[in-house]
Unconditional design. Structure first.
Length: 101
């Protein structure tokens, strides 16, 4: 029986992203959730679009629902970055430029 590897990497464990994403890919859990559950795309369609398996898509969706606090924090962080960039787009280049909360 093949060994199942963890499909999703949390933002804290990642070297390529600051939010949960598909292992070895830059496709975030939030993006998968938005496409499938907000836009209503079929999981297989999303998998085909990003060269994933349907299992990868469902693992990302499960992660989204199993970690509601983490996903709320990601959404809030993105909102803060967006607001800061609107205030002064020249000064915000990444999370390190945000004021301490």
């Amino acid at each position: 029986m093949p060994k199942q590897m963890n499909t999703v990497v949390s933002g804290d464990e990642s070297e390529i992203h600051d939010e949960p994403h598909i292992r070895d890919r830059r496709i975030t859990v939030g993006h998968i959730h938005a496409l499938v559950e907000e836009r209503g795309l079929d999981a297989q369609t999303v998998a085909d679009r990003f060269d994933l398996t349907a299992s990868d898509v469902y693992h990302a969706l499960a992660y989204y629902h199993d970690h509601p606090e983490e996903m709320r924090a990601v959404k809030e962080h993105r909102r803060e970055l967006h607001e800061a960039a609107e205030e002064d787009p020249k000064t915000i280049t990444g999370p390190e430029d945000l004021p301490e909360s």
